[in-house]
Design a protein around this ligand. Structure first.
Ligand code: CO
Length: 289
């Protein structure tokens, strides 16, 4: 059985342009998944893309700050970022590596660049936790680049095809670095070669999904999606088919919606306002982490 067949591909329901913003101690970044899309793209809360070769844009990093109630997934394309947290974890993510952190009941951490020049490029995705898990113990894993599962599909006679890195979920029979039962996240980095190519991924229609193109151009069911655009995929059909006529790279991110109330105050994401007030009090009183 070919588990990668898609016969009714999803359409691109809407194209979204990211918002330039700053976070941390003044890191310039593009917020791709913004607050107003949290319901539509449940269980995903945020996606940031940082990309600069100017240390003034990233050098100040993200000094000590708290999180509660969700997970952060950092994917570094190029550069070095050191993480330290209140649970005693420390690690360096570098070119092609991933850091997956479950904040649960609370983490205070810093994320600081470990370079003074050169390119820093990558992503941070926020993935919600179901209410029953929001106060779970924190969890953390560094996944260095060679440990990120990947495969090549649709290879030509010369062996050149579409390269797919499976950060989370399962794709074409390849199990990704991280699995989550409640949200069933799929997180793929899809790399089209010079000659372009086609890539299909089955998806349950109920799962919310989007792509973010960060190199070249990718077509979704005939609709061109330019670089630095997110395409929200309609909840229909049996999967998604992406095509590129030249070199291109895109993230494909999908997950099972939690369908719970989302209450956010900065770095705290809970179900109710009372839980947010509790989080702020816990942080102020030194009880968060
Ligand atoms: Co953080």
């Amino acid at each position: 059985m070919d588990t990668s067949t898609v016969t009714q591909p999803r359409r691109a329901e809407r194209l979204v342009t990211g918002q330039p913003t700053q976070d941390g101690a003044g890191v310039k970044l593009t917020r791709v998944l913004t607050h107003d899309l949290q319901q539509r793209l449940d269980p995903f809360l945020m996606l940031d893309n940082f990309a600069s070769d100017d240390p003034k844009d990233y050098g100040a990093g993200f000094p000590s700050h708290p999180h509660r109630g969700f997970e952060t997934v950092s994917y570094m394309l190029t550069g070095n970022m050191r993480h330290k947290d209140s649970a005693g974890h420390e690690g360096l993510i570098t070119d092609g590596g991933v850091q997956w952190m479950t904040a649960g009941r609370g983490v205070i951490h810093s994320e600081m660049p470990e370079q003074n020049d050169g390119v820093m490029e990558g992503f941070q995705l926020w993935l919600n936790l179901p209410g029953k898990d929001k106060m779970c113990p924190p969890w953390y894993r560094d996944i260095q680049s060679p440990e990120v599962p990947e495969y090549t599909t649709g290879a030509d006679a010369a062996g050149v095809g579409v390269r797919v890195r499976v950060i989370a979920g399962v794709s074409h029979g390849v199990t990704g670095a991280v699995q989550r039962e409640a949200t069933q996240p799929l997180y793929l980095d899809i790399i089209f070669p010079e000659g372009g190519g086609s890539f299909s991924q089955p998806l349950p229609a109920a799962h919310n999904a989007f792509i973010y193109v960060y190199r070249g151009q990718v077509d979704v069911a005939g609709k061109p999606v330019a670089r630095q655009r997110m395409a929200i995929l309609a909840n229909e059909g049996d999967g998604v088919t992406l095509q590129a006529s030249g070199a291109a790279r895109a993230l494909l991110i999908a997950g099972r919606p939690l369908r719970e109330p989302i209450a956010q105050y900065g770095p705290f994401v809970m179900n109710t306002r009372d839980e947010l007030i509790q989080a702020v009090e816990d942080f102020q009183n030194g009880r968060l982490a």
